[in-house]
Design a protein around this ligand. Structure first.
Ligand code: GDP
Length: 272
């Protein structure tokens, strides 16, 4: 499946404020400005609370999007990139918060649920089972959840826990935006292969739900895929989850900022 094109980029770039905000990278100058909540839907997100069990979840109400991923996949970096911040999601890495769901309020009033990273070996087995069940229940039953952003290290592809999580979530019929991240670490041909491999893995594992999953190349450091991810999340929050999946799939390949080619594929800093 081809990579989706940036959605809405042309429309956005006609704005007189568009260049520094939308066409030229990080929106440093835009953080304090009043913009439509859906333009950069995660911008100005604020930490709200941490939930360790069902009772501590905020009452379902405003639309909610969840971010999930294996530990070290790049979830915090992706959230920070989409929030146009450097340390927002790293609050979730403080001791005591790593195995819980951290909630952030977006300026539209929607909630972002940062789910605990999975696959981290140092967690005691009992605790691991507790949060895996908590996570599975949350994803399968949370009424206000409108979409799941799954962050996968493009170099490693889908992990078993990613499949388990998707198997619990996809029957709900809600959409998934799969960020195949750290693309900047790959040469452009390796990027294409990695994107195709993740797409293929989804098609093989979830043939009945493949239409609900959009796989996009992403990099938190090089701005690959950010506009597509923002546009997708904005449409979910506007109640258009099904339409975006269809639209993303129908579009030709992206031409986002090309990563600097280094000629080599670098490995991870530590094994994942
Ligand atoms: P998390 O455990 O899933 O929240 O992962 P982090 O966001 O903490 O990222 C794990 C490591 O990967 C950190 O060293 C990040 O700097 C690095 N990282 C995350 N995303 C990217 C990316 O898109 N490109 C590069 N080059 N490194 C990344």
């Amino acid at each position: 499946m081809p990579a989706p094109r940036r959605l809405g980029a042309a429309r956005r770039c006609r704005s007189s404020h568009a260049k520094p905000l939308h066409c030229n990278g990080i929106a440093r100058s835009g953080e304090g400005q009043a913009a439509s909540p859906m333009r950069h839907p995660l911008q100005q997100a604020e930490y709200v609370l941490t939930a360790a069990n069902d009772e501590q979840l905020p009452p379902p109400g405003p639309p909610e999007i969840a971010f999930a991923g294996r530990s070290n996949a790049g979830k915090s970096s992706a959230i920070n990139a989409l929030a146009h911040r450097t340390r927002l999601a790293f609050a979730s890495k403080t001791p005591g918060r790593t195995q819980q769901i951290n909630f952030f309020r977006l300026r539209s009033g929607a909630l972002l649920a940062d789910l605990p990273g999975y696959g981290y070996a140092a967690v005691p087995r009992e605790l691991k089972r507790h949060w895996q069940q908590f996570l599975a229940r949350y994803l399968a039953t949370r009424q206000s959840l409108v979409g799941l952003v799954l962050v996968v290290d493009a170099r490693h592809g889908l992990a078993d826990m990613d499949r388990t999580l998707l198997a619990g979530y996809l029957p709900s019929g809600r959409p998934v935006l799969l960020l195949a991240t750290k693309m900047d670490k790959l040469t452009s041909s390796a990027q294409r292969l990695a994107h195709a491999a993740v797409t293929q893995a989804i098609a093989e594992a979830f043939p009945a739900h493949v239409r609900n999953v959009s796989v996009i190349p992403f990099s938190a450091t090089r701005e690959i895929g950010r506009e597509t991810a923002e546009a997708t999340i904005a449409l979910w929050l506007e109640g258009d989850g099904n339409a975006i999946v269809a639209e993303v799939r129908a579009r030709p390949p992206a031409k986002e900022k090309a990563p600097r080619s280094r000629g080599v594929t670098r490995g991870p800093k530590r094994p994942v």
